[in-house]
Design a protein around this ligand. Sequence first.
Ligand code: GDP
Length: 198
Amino acid sequence: LNYQTAQYMISAPTLAQCPPETGAEVAFAGRSNAGKSSSINTLTQNSRLARTSKTPGRTQLINFFSLHKGTDQRLVDLPGYGFAKVPEKVKLEWQRHLSEYLLQRQSLRGIVLVMDIRHPLTEFDQMMLQWADEVNKPVHILLTKSDKLKRGAAKNALQQVRSALQEWQDLVTIQMFSSLKKDGVDQLRKKLDEWLAD
Ligand code: GDP
């Protein structure tokens, strides 16, 4: 599939406002600052795409991009879970919308879970894995910013995450990624091709 022609469709505050559940889509999730926007930009070779999602007012929304105009294949940018202090009420509301989307969305084929390779498996990541497991949806983990570690250390980090997630091995695949070095793009593309194929 060609990811370079992806274009912004719509932003939805709740599941009810998402586009129709036809076709297939893949959702990107990650704690704020993990590198989610950069990974979407790297995949689509379009530095303006994920900027759309960072537009003030859109950061808490579910942002949809269609792969090509008129096709029924979509990339979805889920709101980043901030470490900025937000009121508990806002946090719970956000969690509710996210879990609704993940647990109920029929067209969702898989979740790309973006983690900073130096800080993997945060509480947010665990929550995402739990939800994915509940509905038996596959998760592809990007250990991104791999350029920040030396080769050996990066391999160790990958191995550690792999062991920690051994019990999820039927559902979870893991790879290294670097938006800076454009490393791992082919591997990511292959996984998305697999998920988005009819
Ligand atoms: P998001 O909040 O998850 O969307 O994170 P961003 O994509 O905005 O990235 C957060 C910060 O990490 C930015 O300063 C990026 O430039 C940086 N960053 C993202 N990906 C990489 C990467 O692969 N390598 C390096 N060195 N920095 C990265």
